[in-house]
Design a binder for this molecule. Structure first.
Ligand code: NAD
Ligand code: DO4
Length: 488
């Protein structure tokens, strides 16, 4: 039986108007903790809706670009303040829509606010350099100018942080925006846009179109009025974003999957390494691009480590993220749950030892949610599917090695290169790891997940393409450089 409590319909936001899609069709957003609860309805948008949004963003771009950085920054400060007032409501919506625990959702909402404030400050910082011209009387300088309209396509796993870490730099550097959030998290995105509206962001500067990736996302990719495409999501879709962008010569930036290793050396602090593995691998139900999925442990510490890891993982409470005592929520949807369960089956078939979990929880209270137990495999070797492919679920693969050299070789033996961590007290091992590991985010004695908003973020190999996001690195994507030469 479907429970429709306070299910509200959310519209598209185009040219500062909340409007229905031309399809007059809706998609329901379900609570992954209880498939019978509809969190709300979103628009099942059409190509025509995208065209209208792009038109609005195009019309708005000159006025927005002409504002000073400080003026644009003031809008971002205002959005942050409105979000702060609506913090509880946004965090609760995030948990209900996507499933992560309320504690994590609150942290992510605060992070979104901090990102807005960070980029608001960017409005007051330099936009270029003075470069000595060959002619001593001439003035030569560079100035960073906006791309125009930024097309933003985001995933469901960080429904506040990722849309904001793309929209805030787009806006502060003078671009207007058309955003298409993942349909699993589109209500959370609509609430962020409501904050922008409440903060008085001018007409057409930010436009939201919800719906299916294959229609809305694809139209954004193809639309010649969109000057830059920034995408976070799976490698499969990322490839089509890149192909579409190249086909029409648009700038693009992709952030995609990971298969992130943690190396635990014989001399590691055992407790810290176990806690970092659990937090990095299982928080958010393992649905982070930075999640630890391969745990490469040196043989001298292996037995102690596995025992403590199993003990601590058994203590994890799985359930509805809205409940205080719950540590791990459900997978985002049935599809994701089935993907995780099928990787677990593959792990067993290929000969890995299932040491913990691997099932849906038996608790009848959880039967309507997309839950899976935290799962640990041992005896995993490099060739196994679970050692190579991104699972995006709470599954850890333990791999035993004799030397740190071998551990590093294994760490690098995947197509991804997003995040990697080592636990050791040996300074030579630390620096060898920092030098040799193929990852964009390198951690020593710290978990693989968690990103600092003021630092560049992105990966190597198949994990990313284009320039880095966040921190001042974000400027690279959202601006072009004009080199100016003035001869008096
Ligand atoms: N590297 C990072 O920063 C990072 C961050 C978060 C998630 N991710 C990755 O995202 C994936 C999970 O997220 P997801 O399931 O939402 O990814 P996804 O690729 O399925 O969807 C991402 C976005 O693309 C849209 N989309 C889907 N098909 C499309 C198409 N044909 N054309 C245009 N747009 C389309 C979706 O609607 C959604 O908005 C994982 O692989 C994860 O590693 C990476
Ligand atoms: O899922 C990708 C983003 C990772 C992130 O923001 C984090 O680990 O905190």
């Amino acid at each position: 039986m479907t429970v429709q409590t306070t299910a509200v319909t959310y519209q598209n936001f185009i040219n500062n108007q909340w409007v229905n899609s031309t399809s007059e069709d809706l998609i329901s957003s379900l609570n992954p903790a209880n498939r019978n609860e509809i969190v709300g309805y979103i628009q099942n948008s059409t190509e025509e809706d995208v065209d209208r949004a792009v038109e609005a963003a195009k019309k708005a771009k000159k006025g927005w670009r002409k504002l000073s950085g400080a003026e644009r920054g003031n809008y971002l400060y205002k959005i942050a303040s409105v979000m702060e007032e609506r913090h509880k409501e946004i965090a609760e919506t995030l948990t209900k829509e996507m499933g992560k625990t309320l504690l994590e959702a609150k942290g992510e909402t605060s992070r979104g606010i901090a990102i807005l404030r960070y980029f608001a400050g960017e409005g007051m910082r330099d936009t270029g350099d003075v470069i000595p011209a060959s002619d001593s009387k001439a003035l030569m300088y560079t100035n960073r100018v906006p791309l125009g309209v930024a097309g933003i396509i985001t995933p469901w796993n960080f429904p506040v942080a990722i849309p904001i870490w793309k929209m805030a730099p787009a806006l502060i550097y003078g671009n207007t925006v058309v955003i298409k959030p993942a349909q699993e998290a589109a209500i959370t995105a609509a609430k962020i846009i409501e904050c922008m509206e409440e903060a008085g962001v001018p007409e057409g500067v930010v436009n939201l179109v919800t719906g299916r990736g294959s229609i809305v996302g694809q139209r954004i990719i193809e639309h010649t009025g969109v000057n830059g495409l920034t995408f976070t999501g799976s490698n499969k879709v990322g490839k089509s974003v890149a192909e579409g962008a190249v086909a029409r010569g648009a700038k693009f930036q992709l952030e995609m999957g990971g298969k992130n290793p943690i190396i635990v050396a014989d001399d590691a602090d055992l407790e810290q390494a176990v806690e970092a593995t659990i937090s990095g691998g299982l928080r958010s139900t393992g649905q982070k691009c930075t999640a630890t999925s391969r745990v490469i442990v040196q043989e001298g510490i292996y037995e102690q480590f596995r025992e403590r890891l199993l003990e601590r993982t058994r203590e994890i409470t799985v359930g509805d993220g809205m409940k205080d005592h719950v540590w791990m929520g459900p997978c985002v949807n049935e599809n994701q749950l089935n993907t995780v369960l099928s990787y677990i089956e593959t792990g067993k078939e290929e000969g890995a030892t299932l040491s913990l979990g691997g099932e849906r929880p038996r608790d009848p209270e959880l039967e309507n949610g997309f839950y899976v137990e935290p799962t640990i495999f041992e005896d995993v070797n490099q060739d196994m599917t679970i050692a190579q492919e991104e699972i995006f679920g709470p599954v850890l693969a333990l791999m035993k090695v004799d030397t740190i050299e071998k551990a590093l070789e294994m760490a690098n033996d995947v197509t991804f290169g997003l995040s990697a961590s080592i636990f050791t007290k040996n300074i030579d091992n630390m620096f060898e790891f920092i030098d040799e590991v193929e990852a964009g985010l390198v951690r020593v004695n710290f978990e693989t997940a968690g990103v600092e908003l003021q630092a560049p973020f992105g990966g190597m190999k198949d994990s990313s393409s284009g320039s880095r996001e966040q921190g001042t690195a974000a400027k690279e994507f959202f601006t072009s450089i004009k080199t100016v030469y003035v001869k008096p």
